[in-house]
Design a protein around this ligand. Sequence first.
Ligand code: PLP
Length: 337
Amino acid sequence: MVNIKWEELGFNYIKTPFRYISHWKDGQWEEGTLTEDNTITISEGSTSLHYGQECFEGLKAYRRKDGKINLFRPDENSKRLNKSAERLQMPEIPEEMFIDAVKQVVRANQEYVPPYGTGATLYLRPYLIGVGDNIGVTPAPEYLFSVFCMPVGPYFKGGMTPSNFVVSEYDRAAPFGTGAAKAGGNYAASLLPGQIAHERNFSDCIYLDPATHTKIEEVGSANFFGITHDNQFITPKSPSILPSITKYSLLYLAKERFGMEAIEGDVYLKELDKFAEAGACGTAAVITPIAGMQIGEDFHVFYSETETGPVTKKLYDELVGIQFGDVKGPEGWVFEV
Ligand SMILES: *Cc1c(COP(=O)(O)O)cnc(C)c1O
């Protein structure tokens, strides 16, 4: 057994033994392989280095009570990676190949899938990059697709304890830019606003809609949701938000399992009083309750600065219960490795 203090894990890089890698050339993917080498050697002319022709995914493997391992909706990650790839002029990865790569990596590193009950999970990072000799602003002649993994704990310190966020003066994406793609460039653009937020002791920043700066778009690494006083689940709708699989799962659960009205719509900054609770959701963040939000000089508190609201807690328990196999999920959500 590997020597890791599972309960103390944060969200940090840990080198695990195996990763999957496949190379695309002349219109096709080669047979992918597992390798122990965590470095890659690419041409200095690679488009991923100069023009940000790269996209990625993030998903988790969950250890069940019976010792088996679950993946949560990996087919959705495959679809989204292909949408990102299309936006960035990169080749499609067949869904079968994507899911097979993820499963191979989980199996090869299964000692690193944290035990059930520790709260930790195995985070998987698939990525697709343009490589090969090139210098003009054109799609790359070749591509690499790889999946690596590491055990992780909570993304935001404290996990289910409420965190404070700050509304950023910067935009993470343009109205019809690449905000909906999990494209590296969006995250390079978010480093400075993220750093400013951290220096002010906030967990992260919240971006507004880039066209009018009047509506909430999302957190730097997670989507936003709010629960209104009359029990509606509301999450922003915009073409520049990263379409979170966790968010769509919560929209479904709120409606189908808890009979709530679940809405994708506008979340105006000036209407925040209608929310009894708010949270950030994503694979890494899971559900992180938003305690307060700094908006210019004002500090808006949602449910409480120290306690998690009851609806947020209920949604969290249902989602996490499904992921770890304790609660039966909707048809097709859980894949056994
Ligand atoms: C990955 C990501 C999310 C969360 O998406 P999930 O599919 O739920 O993991 C939200 N916002 C941004 C900016 C992201 O990169």
